[in-house]
Design a protein around this ligand. Structure first.
Ligand SMILES: [Zn+2]
Ligand SMILES: [Zn+2]
Length: 320
């Protein structure tokens, strides 16, 4: 077996490109070269996006693989040429005094072998340092797992989700004019209405997931994500562990609004937004009658976002 020396260089910030080997994912990310060498185990690397776990030799990017192949081919060509040169020269020597056959060999154009360092793409913006193991990595967009220890930061995921929901809300009017141009005003209107409605569900799931992780971290007890769908239940769980309940952080009207929007989300997701008797009983909402459809206003979405951001930040501060 021949081993070909390949030198890999980090980018200017010291990061090294990696790509998830899971065919469904192929997410690319960067990890600090020093951490890759010193912290990451040979047996277990975690994909920041999908959480796929694989051995450390599987994470080459398409770019790196292409360059490695190039280097291998050059190396092999060079090796073969060298061997050919040697045997032709021997043949030339051995035929020098042969009067019937004489072989002359002029070495052709040599393939030069340059072991190019495998360069990196330009530096990325989001740098993350794992709360658990201190590994530094860098991603575009969202990431959920530390590549080294697989730790899933509930706080990061929550902050990240709320941030992208806010950006989506802020770009709704731009999207509407873009979609109007591409399709027509009716389609644009209903697509944007869908986005706005689904933002409520996205906020509620982001909060539920975060609250349940935070609760588990500080109590050491398991919980169900659904426990945090019912506001009173979630608030009680936190109160039992820490003495703090949601109403310590939110005003009565904020809490009522959160309650109302959680109920509306339920009806949007499970009854296509059509008001049923159970909704009317549970929410006490007097602005709708049976059989009407729930309307989500942009203002409602922003309000809920602000309330969940506020509550989330207070819950984050509760000591584990
Ligand atoms: Zn992945
Ligand atoms: Zn980690």
């Amino acid at each position: 077996m021949i081993s070909i020396p390949i030198t890999i260089h980090s980018d200017e910030k010291g990061y090294f490109d990696r790509e998830c080997p899971n065919e469904e994912c192929l997410y690319s990310f960067k990890i600090l070269m020093k951490d890759w060498e010193e912290k990451v185990s040979d047996d277990e690397v975690h994909c920041p996006l999908c959480g796929h776990v694989d051995t450390a030799d599987k994470w080459w990017t398409q770019d790196q693989l292409e360059k490695i192949r190039e280097i291998e081919v050059n190396w092999a060509m060079n090796f073969i040429q060298g061997t050919l040169d040697k045997s032709f020269r021997e043949l030339e020597r051995s035929t020098r005094h042969n009067k019937y056959i004489q072989i002359k060999y002029k070495p052709g154009c040599r393939v030069t072998f340059v072991n190019n360092p495998i360069g990196q793409r330009e530096e990325w913006e989001t740098e993350i340092c794992c709360e658990k193991c201190g590994t530094h990595y860098s991603v575009i967009g969202s990431a959920y797992f530390c590549p080294c220890c697989g730790y899933n930061s509930a706080v990061n995921a929550f902050v990240d989700s709320l941030d992208s929901i806010r950006k989506m809300l802020e770009s709704l009017s731009d999207m509407k004019s873009m979609l109007t141009e591409k399709y027509n005003v009716d389609s644009a209107e209903s697509m944007c209405r869908n986005l706005l409605e689904s933002s409520i569900g996205d906020m509620v799931s982001a909060f539920q997931k975060f609250a349940s992780c935070k609760f588990e971290e500080l109590s050491g007890k398991t919980s169900r994500v659904n426990d945090f769908q019912i506001i009173e239940k979630g608030s009680n769980l936190f109160e039992q562990e820490t003495g703090k309940k949601y109403s310590d952080f939110l005003s009565e009207s904020e809490l009522n609004f959160m309650q109302l929007l959680f109920q509306r989300r339920h009806i949007l997701e499970h009854n296509n937004g059509i008001v049923d008797q159970q909704y009317l009983n549970k929410s006490g909402d007097t602005s709708y009658t049976l059989g009407q459809r729930i309307i989500v206003k942009e203002m409602d979405a922003y309000n809920l976002l602000d309330i969940l951001t506020k509550l989330g930040h207070e819950l984050m501060k509760l000591p584990n």
